[in-house]
Design a protein around this ligand. Structure first.
Ligand code: URA
Length: 261
């Protein structure tokens, strides 16, 4: 049974400072297992206690995992010197102090982005040795050519001489200017630079999956949802690219077009 101080437990799961927690406790706004607790230094059972603050139940997990459907115009950073950050899109009740985007999407890219305060998980996810699958849909300036499939599978050399790991690509069933691409790494502007290397140009880009976690259709652009434990586990599971394209090509093709009408 992991015993922790109530104020530490609350501050790890909310944006409240220790002094605010003290004030809320004094006002009877904090409960543990249904009873108001006025002293924030009491020890509680971190795994089993039901804690509420101002009527809101706190989750028992120490870390938060939010899936954001990133809109265009926001930067993947915690520092707003280059523009409004993705953190500003997370509703205050879902936000915690140490949250950051685990990975990057360009300012003009959209789609699946994990925002968390779990540094260890982010490190595991972003480690170049992990090779987590990431699938993107792109709108191209010119039609997709079948020869891209082999070129990407062999490992593209970018304009600056950098080489990419083998990647998969497939054209959408709805349009020859829409395509899916699966990467297992994350170089700067990688998808855009890969299509540039085969003589095309990416006009729109949306990330549609991270590992085996597919961006839910019901998650509107700009919206966030809390991930469950099984969703977080899915980040590390492999994705079957062919099956993905078969099941989701039409949905995401329509989605990308509708979001940018
Ligand atoms: N590749 C890009 O070029 N841009 C992104 O935002 C993500 C992958």
């Amino acid at each position: 049974m992991a015993q922790v101080r109530l104020d530490k437990y609350i501050s790890e799961r909310t944006e409240y400072s220790r002094s605010q927690i003290k004030e809320l406790a004094a006002k009877g706004r904090i409960t543990v297992d249904g009873a108001a607790v006025k002293r924030p230094d009491v020890k509680i059972d971190a795994e089993n206690a039901d804690v509420t603050v101002c009527g809101q139940a706190l989750r028992s997990s120490r870390f938060r995992y939010i899936l954001l459907n990133k809109p265009q115009g926001y930067v993947c950073s915690t520092d707003d010197k280059d523009g409004e950050t993705v953190i500003s899109l997370i509703p205050p009740e879902m936000r915690t102090k140490g949250m950051f985007p685990a990975g990057r999407l360009d300012k003009d890219s959209t789609g699946a982005l994990l925002v968390t305060d779990d540094g260890e998980l982010a490190h595991r996810m972003l480690s170049p040795r992990r090779h987590i699958s990431k699938i993107y849909i792109v709108k191209l300036d010119r039609p997709f050519e079948n020869n891209y499939i082999n070129k990407f599978a062999e490992g593209i050399t970018l304009a600056d001489g950098e080489t990419c790991l083998p990647a998969r690509a497939a054209v959408s069933e709805l349009s020859d200017k829409l395509a899916f691409i699966e990467l297992f790494e994350g170089k700067y502007h990688q998808v855009k630079r890969m299509f540039a290397a085969v003589g095309n140009h990416v006009e729109l880009l949306m990330r549609v999956s991270l590992g085996a976690l597919v961006l839910p259709e019901k998650l509107a652009i700009g919206d966030s949802m809390e991930l469950l434990h099984k969703d977080v586990e899915n980040l590390f599971e492999p994705m079957d690219f062919d099956l993905f394209c078969k099941r989701f090509s039409a949905v995401f093709s329509a989605n990308l077009i509708n979001n940018h009408l």
